[in-house]
Design a binder for this molecule. Structure first.
Ligand SMILES: *[C@@H]1O[C@H](CO)[C@@H](O)[C@H](O)[C@H]1NC(C)=O
Ligand SMILES: *[C@@H]1O[C@H](CO)[C@@H](O)[C@H](O)[C@H]1NC(C)=O
Ligand SMILES: *[C@@H]1O[C@H](CO)[C@@H](O)[C@H](O)[C@H]1NC(C)=O
Length: 450
């Protein structure tokens, strides 16, 4: 009997121990454990998703689990989320430097590269990559999480949150909805809230707020603003583009807009300097850069170099399958891009109705999914659900400075801006973002004073 018991305990431990990271190249000393590896998500074992899990710095067993998802669709949560935004380290040359405002100060953070084809995640059957859509992604993510909890049973009963950014405005609510459906059969997911940063929630509102944002920030002229709102707006252009037939008028308007905004302005943060080497190499996505000296303007390039090192891949238990290089955003995944037009704000509404707290936050220097669109979409949802304002629009503080503005509807739906932050808020405003994150986890209003 004792022997059997011992064996069980041993097997449970063994199940996640091989994923423990002993040491990442260039890593400073740390007091927490971290893990990474693959979880297969199909029964034929052809598809496996890669994760990086950073336990909380202090008392991990008492803290919640937060799943973090980046968008794209097709961009890496490990590369962007963990190594550029809110993870414990950022690459700098051969070294990793500590992020003083890492979100694992407050929670255990699970970064998932999804769907298969993104980052180190793969499918050995490459036909999978064609036409992957929101539904497939949500299902695979659900299976991943189910099996991940099988590997880390000590985290099963912990509060669970999902947070993400950009196209994760699709991934996160869709996954949360599947979890709630799953829980009706078997209560597994202890879902306690979702947070969405500069999210795509309602295609038309989100995309068409770009024109006004460009115009009010001086990126386009009055006459171009007029064309961009009357002759061809951005949602029309994107719809035509993804259907493979851009009309002459939209093509003319977009050329004009592109000429005036210039490729030397980062659309993900209109006030920051750009990483010149990235702009000149025409990298797939121009990432945020920061003027203050403690932030590395070319951190994305550093991440690409770091994650492509063989010793780093070995330390992470990662393999490159079907691709010879790790990239920030996938070039082998052929995602169903028309899913962009699916309004996920209605799913957010059903989550709010079922009592799941929702925070929509917005880095206020982003022109890609501007705060004005997100604010309008959230307000519209509050009206549709009949939620009254419980915290009127007001500033919130981080230290002695204004960290942004916030408004709360009912007791479950919140909106907040992060002042001076890019599309990737935790990257460019790490301190303010950590205050926001902590308040979200604790379900407390953002600081009203200092
Ligand atoms: C995706 O799932 C939703 C909700 O279950 C369903 O209404 C929709 O038809 C599905 N779409 C596809 C392309 O399967
Ligand atoms: C954008 O253009 C489409 C197609 O011309 C139109 O239906 C829609 O109302 C426009 N939206 C805005 C916000 O201008
Ligand atoms: C919202 O406010 C109105 C007017 O004050 C009130 O009649 C209504 O009951 C409130 N609704 C909720 C859900 O609290």
């Amino acid at each position: 009997m004792a022997a059997v018991l011992h064996l069980c305990l041993f097997m449970e431990v063994e199940s996640y121990l091989p994923h423990k990271i002993t040491h990442l190249p260039g890593q400073p000393p740390i007091s927490f454990q971290h893990f990474s590896g693959y979880i297969t998500v199909d029964d034929k074992e052809q598809r496996a998703l890669f994760y990086y899990f950073a336990e909380a710095e202090i008392d991990p067993v008492l803290k919640p689990v937060v799943l973090w998802l980046n968008g794209g669709p097709g961009c890496s949560s490990v590369g962007v989320g963990a190594f550029n935004e809110n993870g414990p380290f950022r690459p700098s040359g051969e070294m990793l430097v500590r992020n003083e405002y890492s979100w694992n100060k407050e929670a255990n953070i699970l970064y998932l590269e999804a769907p298969a084809g993104v980052g180190f995640s793969y499918s050995t059957d490459t036909s999978y990559y064609v036409g992957v859509d929101d539904n497939i992604t949500a299902r695979d993510n659900l299976v991943f999480l189910q099996r991940w909890f099988g590997k880390f049973p000590q985290y099963k009963s912990r509060d669970l949150f999902i947070a993400g950014e950009s196209y994760a405005g699709h991934y996160v609510p869709q996954l949360a909805q599947l979890m709630i459906q799953f829980n009706e059969k078997e209560k597994l997911f202890n879902l306690k809230g979702i947070a969405l940063g500069n999210p795509v929630l309602e295609f038309f509102t989100d995309f068409n707020s770009r024109a006004e944002y460009f115009w009010s920030h001086g990126l386009i002229s009055d006459s171009t603003y007029h064309l961009f709102t009357s002759a061809c707006n951005y949602s029309r252009y994107v719809s035509e583009y993804y259907r493979g037939s851009v009309s002459p008028v939209c093509s003319r308007v977009m050329n004009q807009v592109t000429r005036e905004t210039s490729k030397f302005v980062d659309k993900y943060d209109v006030t920051l300097d750009v990483c010149i080497s990235s702009v000149l190499s025409q990298s797939l996505l121009l990432r945020p850069q920061q003027v203050t000296e403690r932030i590395d303007v070319c951190v994305e390039d550093e991440t690409v170099n770091y994650l492509n090192r063989k010793d780093v891949q070995n330390a992470l238990h990662a393999r490159l399958i079907g691709d010879n290089k790790w990239a920030v955003c996938s070039s082998i995944l052929d995602y169903e891009l028309l899913d962009l037009e699916i309004p996920t704000i209605s799913i957010v509404g059903s989550l709010v109705k079922s009592g799941i707290p929702v925070l929509v936050y917005s880095g206020d220097q982003d022109s890609v999914i501007p705060l004005t669109g997100s604010r309008r979409v959230v307000h519209g949802l509050a009206v549709a659900l009949g939620l009254n304002t419980t915290v009127p629009y007001r500033v919130w503080f981080e230290g002695k400075q204004v960290g942004g503005w916030t408004q709360v509807y009912g007791n479950t739906l919140s909106f907040a801006t992060v002042r001076g932050a890019s599309h990737e808020a935790p990257f460019s405003q790490p301190e303010r973002s950590l205050v926001l994150f902590k308040a979200f986890l604790e379900r407390r209003p953002l600081p009203e004073a200092f």
